[in-house]
Design a protein around this ligand. Structure first.
Ligand SMILES: C[S@@+](CC[C@H](N)C(=O)[O-])C[C@H]1O[C@@H](n2cnc3c(N)ncnc32)[C@H](O)[C@@H]1O
Length: 325
């Protein structure tokens, strides 16, 4: 059955979710994305020729193709701590209503949704309660959990809330969240031979190093002696990470790492690897000359491929048990 499962990719971005599913043999029948630059990268990475239905809030549900699973990483900004926390009052917060409409009208058996962890505490938990109620009332057994990409084979700290829905009565077996797996070495991810080296006298970097919070705290010589140490500069803060990278985010381009005694800027290609895109797919973006900073932003918006595969594998166990009975 898993071979035949068809899905549609909503708020598709650059298709991290899509790849997590196609890796398991599922077939993408269409997608929906409004950002033309993300669509361009999506087409490059996935060689996709499926139809883009554009703005999902304006879709005529009768015109959608038939599919079994809806995947959607609805926009983060409305719910995230980074955003202004307007929640449902923000237009984009209403995307969930359109997704629920599609689930209901098109009687979709399964869904996987993703959002930022901040959704859970947004508006004292009321936003989460509303979303849960909406999805359950649409006729689904609902499971939700916060997973960290770091636990699923990529060295990136990325906590996201995932929702899995199974149409009531479809599966007797309860959905189980995937088990954590051992992480891979960070060297395999920070490996772009086109990464730019930051001169050690870079004014901005030195401002971070020597501002009133950090002065005397870090020894640059010592930092540079440790290959693959990761440095994150943001606001007035300088943070150092070993064997892992902080959450990639749109607009956060202050991530550096040490290699051969030099400071390298994290590239878009490396951002893709850190989101679980394999080297051969990430290379397509390089070959298509997609701007590295733009790609890094897009990677920061994506779902982690490995996490989606791990979740979907568990979902398939529930589905396959039904078909085998
Ligand atoms: C958090 S990102 C999801 C990324 C995606 N899941 C991936 O793996 O790359 C949210 C995406 O939703 C898109 N979006 C926002 N409003 C939309 C709408 N009304 N219809 C379709 N896509 C929308 C944004 O352009 C953005 O790319």
């Amino acid at each position: 059955m898993s071979q035949k499962l068809k899905f549609m990719d909503f708020c598709a971005g650059i298709g991290g979710g899509r790849l997590g599913l196609t890796n398991l043999g599922l077939e993408c029948v269409a997608f929906s994305e409004i950002d033309p630059l993300a669509v361009n990268t999506y087409n490059v990475l996935h060689d996709s020729d499926e139809k883009n239905y554009g703005d999902l809030t304006k879709i005529d549900t009768n015109k959608l193709p038939k599919f079994d699973l809806l995947i959607g990483g609805f926009p983060c900004q409305t719910f995230s701590i980074v955003g202004k926390r307007k929640g449902f009052d923000d237009e984009r917060g209403k995307i969930i209503y359109s997704l629920v409409k599609i689930l209901k009208n098109n009687k979709i058996p399964f869904f996987i949704l993703e959002n930022v962890k901040g959704l859970i505490s947004h508006d004292k938990g009321r936003t989460l309660d509303t979303i849960k109620e909406l999805l359950e009332n649409a006729g689904y057994d609902l499971y939700y959990n916060v997973l960290n990409s770091l636990d699923y084979g990529v060295p990136q700290m990325r906590e996201r809330v995932y929702f899995v829905g199974i149409k009531k009565g479809l599966c007797k077996k309860e959905f189980k969240w995937p088990r954590k797996i051992k992480n891979k070495n960070i060297e395999n991810f920070l490996c772009d031979d086109e990464s730019v080296i930051l001169p050690l006298d870079n004014v901005t970097f030195n401002k971070y190093l020597n501002n009133k919070y950090n002065k005397g705290k870090y020894n640059l010589k010592e930092i540079l002696s440790k290959d693959y140490l990761v440095l994150d500069t943001r606001q007035s803060d300088l943070r150092i990470y070993k064997n892992k990278v902080p959450t990639l985010r749109t607009g956060r381009h202050g991530i550096l790492y040490v290699k051969n005694g030099e400071l390298h800027k994290l590239t878009g290609y490396e951002g893709l690897l850190l989101q679980g895109f394999p080297d051969e797919i990430a290379n397509k973006a390089k070959n298509a000359k997609i701007n590295s900073n733009k790609l890094l932003s897009q990677a920061g918006n994506a779902m982690t491929v490995n996490v989606i595969s791990a979740i979907c594998k568990e979902l398939l166990k529930c589905i396959e048990e039904e078909t085998n009975e």
